[in-house]
Design a protein around this ligand. Structure first.
Ligand SMILES: Cc1cc2nc3c(=O)[nH]c(=O)nc-3n(C[C@H](O)[C@H](O)[C@H](O)COP(=O)(O)OP(=O)(O)OC[C@H]3O[C@@H](n4cnc5c(N)ncnc54)[C@H](O)[C@@H]3O)c2cc1C
Length: 382
């Protein structure tokens, strides 16, 4: 039994981190902008890492998407840049339904370009009035002859305005369907914003009688939720990987600062409760990392069966990242809250992670339900 990453996964983590570090100083404002940074985009494209987000049959790298590979790449990218991390992750999150259930012609049209990062992908679930409770969406897809007509509004969509296509969750009759809408489809308008505490390419999508071929429906009519769940099963754990990368960066900043700055004639790292803060952050980081790698290895084998592991890892790692970033800000004192400081950015970037890809409260509620079903029956039969 090994609790360490395999050579392949360690190499991917190193590669992603080295790539991000190599462009960090050439693109100093990428993480404070709502626009695609061309330097980071080119670097990620050249690296070929986006191919990890698409199955090999459609131009990707692995036969089946390897959740652990995606997770460690996100850890490496997020250690340096949230912008790079999001760009990478959305290629998988936005295209996974298409990879597993799209018709062959649609897959051939889009997926090789997703793998090579020629086009950006988007996933549009959230609406102005609908967040966690996705069954309440009101965007519709209505069949008309050989076409589907999409009407409605989506909000808070990553890559809005930049993506080549969006996988859009729609109501179709009494069920829900996933429909691929190209970014330049007539009747689709995008509106940027709002500006977030950690800036992000985000915006609204307005669909007014947008007509797409019926073959743009991904999977069976009315059967979108299994596809959304499969997407979450494969990619939710990768948010936890990104949280580990962010937490590591925040801890590194705190260690560096407290071991070089003296107050009252002693290093901060040795003063009062500060050793306790540093030790606690390290412990919480390694606890999160151990759980994240284990959950991601399980997701790589069977994402749906291990969704509860992915949820545990997502909650544990994003909550830990929030605490660690907060402690690091405190340890840097005024330098931690200054515009342009690294921990200031990490502190802001940690915050949305507890909200997206399943609000942490919602995930914990689902874990409790799992405990009440499968787990309880295993306990009572012992
Ligand atoms: C940076 C960022 C990027 C995003 N990108 C995308 C994207 O690309 N595509 C997309 O479709 N969406 C995207 N979203 C939206 C995201 O998916 C939603 O924010 C998320 O689903 C939560 O919905 P909400 O914000 O409306 O919160 P709500 O659903 O209103 O929830 C508010 C709070 O209540 C809690 N809560 C809700 N219901 C319950 C319950 N039953 N029990 C206990 N607690 C509950 C939640 O955990 C949360 O803390 C993005 C969000 C952010 C912040």
């Amino acid at each position: 039994v090994s609790f360490e990453l395999s050579e392949k996964h360690q190499a991917l983590l190193n590669e992603a981190r080295a790539l991000a570090l190599s462009v960090e100083f050439q693109a100093p404002i990428a993480d404070e902008s709502e626009h695609l940074d061309p330097i980071m985009y080119d670097a990620l494209k050249k690296s070929g890492l986006a191919a990890l987000c698409v199955p090999a049959a459609h131009g990707g790298r692995d036969e089946k998407i390897d959740s652990l590979a995606v997770t460690v790449v996100r850890e490496g990218l997020m250690y340096v840049s949230g912008h790079l991390d999001t760009m990478f992750a959305m290629q998988g999150i936005g295209s996974f339904g298409l990879s597993v259930a799209g018709n062959p012609a649609l897959q051939e049209e889009w997926l090789p370009r997703v793998a090579s990062l020629e086009v950006l992908a988007g996933l549009a679930l959230t609406e102005p009035d609908v967040g966690s409770d996705l069954k309440a969406i009101t965007t519709t897809a209505t069949p008309r002859g050989d076409t589907l007509i999409v009407n409605g509004k989506k909000a808070f969509i990553t890559n809005a305005g930049a993506a080549g296509f969006y996988s859009v969750l729609c109501k179709e009759g009494e069920g829900y369907s996933l429909v691929l809408v190209p970014g330049d489809a007539p009747g689709l308008t995008t509106i940027s914003g709002p500006r977030l505490i950690a800036p992000h390419i985000i915006g609204e999508l307005h669909f007014e009688d947008v007509e797409v071929p019926a073959t743009n429906r991904i999977g069976e009519p009315g059967r979108a939720f299994p596809l959304v769940l499969a997407t979450l099963g494969t990619f939710r754990v990768s948010v936890a990987g990104a949280a580990v990368g962010l937490a590591q960066a925040a801890l590194d900043e705190a260690v560096r600062h407290t071991n070089t700055r003296e107050q009252f004639g002693q290093l901060l790292a040795e003063a009062g409760p500060i050793p306790h803060y540093l030790g606690t952050s390290w412990m919480e980081l390694e606890m999160a990392r151990a759980l994240v790698y284990r959950a991601a290895a399980r997701s790589a084998i069977d994402p749906r069966a291990n969704l509860h592991w992915a949820s545990m890892a997502k909650v544990a790692a994003t909550e830990a990242a929030g605490r660690i970033a907060d402690r690091s800000v405190q340890l840097l004192g005024r330098f931690g809250i200054t515009d342009g400081s690294k921990v200031d950015r990490l502190y802001r970037e940690a915050r949305p992670m507890r909200i997206y890809e399943g609000g942490n409260e919602v995930l914990i509620g689902q874990l409790a339900k799992t405990l009440g079903k499968d787990y309880l029956s295993s306990v009572t039969t012992k």
